[in-house]
Design a protein around this ligand. Sequence first.
Ligand SMILES: [Zn+2]
Length: 205
Amino acid sequence: MMMYGTPMWTYALLIPGMLLTMLASFMVQGTFRKYAQVGSSLGMTGAEVATAILEKMNVTGVTVEHVNGELTDHYDPGAKTVRLSDSVYGSTSLAAAAVAAHECGHVLQDVQEYKFMNMRAGIFPATQIGSQIAPLLMMVGFPLAAGGAAFGGILLKIGIVLFSAVVLFHVVTLPVEFDASSRALKIINELGILQGEEIKPPARC
Ligand SMILES: [Zn+2]
């Protein structure tokens, strides 16, 4: 893929970034779908799991809310709110319990002043906007640049740089995600929300 006025390094940055983002998204969705079919033995909903964890950890002043959409679950440190999506909030599946616990892991990062968490929360709104605008800029810029318009090339470049920044954000914040998950696993073990085999999901199938 060659394009007028766009240096090759931008593609060198863009292509691995796109592959990485796609791979991460496939992995999350695949794992979620698989465990969404399995019910946890206690029959607690995602919201109940989150509330139980927060209670057990003596965290006060954090609320658990429902948020529309799929995989939109997050902890908002500004509003001190755990927001759980459609398939987590009211679901008793294993996946729902895992996602709820993961978000509570972020709450603990906040309470225990895990520094990367605040940094991540500070940049997060900008990357959300960036991830929406970047594909738009690339889609509009691409045909314009192909048609020889310098303006299109500029749009395309801004889109690529913006998209790369979003990808970089996800890569840089992976440790924060792993940390939240390991905190979540510890709490789940302590609370006994999931039993035996459920704690360690099978490596395949
Ligand atoms: Zn997370």
